[in-house]
Design a protein around this ligand. Structure first.
Ligand SMILES: O=C(O)CCC(=O)C(=O)O
Ligand SMILES: [Fe+2]
Length: 203
């Protein structure tokens, strides 16, 4: 084994029980990650997300976009979106994430957090349209942010940092037993883009 090729153990499971989370660290050069970040910022059809909070329809500051192999309808935060056809950059990134994770995906949800004050609350990605126990490949660009898991029963927490150009893979029973969130923070002022590659059950 070449101990100098990588400091990161890809086989390490960050969850102690009830699921599998592997952090691959950056999977491209810093320069390539910069190019993808700029391209995604300018070519993705970013839209404000809507959420229902205490029965009220609220537009989030965070922006989202949804792409896929087919015009899948995907219900996310009680809001239905139709997937757009892949862009060149998204297809390249999908291929890279598929190679690195050894999984396949047919869709991608993108999130744009303009500053650290935008985040995502505790949730799991286990909507009925998503393949049960399917892998989710999460690519991050821009500001490095903290990402946390919380066990639904024991409330045990696990936290890691998601670097520019990095890949995190959540698989097995992770979504059944664990919540995850992107906590807001006042100390980060730069944007972050996250792509979660997923598998939608197609009819
Ligand atoms: O921004 C992230 O790292 C996670 C986003 C997320 O959990 C989601 O889109 O479901
Ligand atoms: Fe999620």
């Amino acid at each position: 084994m070449d101990l100098f090729s990588s400091q990161i153990d890809l086989t390490k499971n960050w969850l102690p029980v009830d699921g599998i989370v592997n952090y691959h660290g950056p999977i491209m050069t810093h320069e390539d990650a910069n190019v993808f970040y700029e391209k995604l910022l300018h070519t993705i059809a970013w839209e404000n997300d809507v959420a229902i909070i205490y029965g009220k329809r609220i537009e989030t500051k965070r922006k989202v976009a949804w792409y896929g192999d087919q015009p899948f309808e995907y219900t996310y935060s009680k809001n239905t979106k139709r997937a757009l056809p892949w862009t060149d950059e998204l297809l390249q990134l999908k291929q890279l994430v598929e190679q690195r994770s050894g999984e396949t995906y047919n869709s991608c949800l993108l999130n744009l957090y303009h500053t650290g004050e935008e985040g995502m609350a505790w949730h799991s990605d286990a909507e009925k349209d998503l393949k049960k126990n399917g892998a989710i490949g999460s690519l991050s660009f821009g500001a490095e942010r903290r990402f946390s898991f919380k066990h639904k029963k024991t409330k045990e927490k696990v936290t890691l940092f998601l670097e520019h150009g990095s890949l995190l893979v959540m698989k097995d029973t992770t979504q059944t037993h664990w919540l995850h969130r992107l906590p807001p923070t006042k100390v980060i002022h730069k944007p972050r883009i996250n792509l979660t590659f997923r598998t939608i059950n197609s009819l």
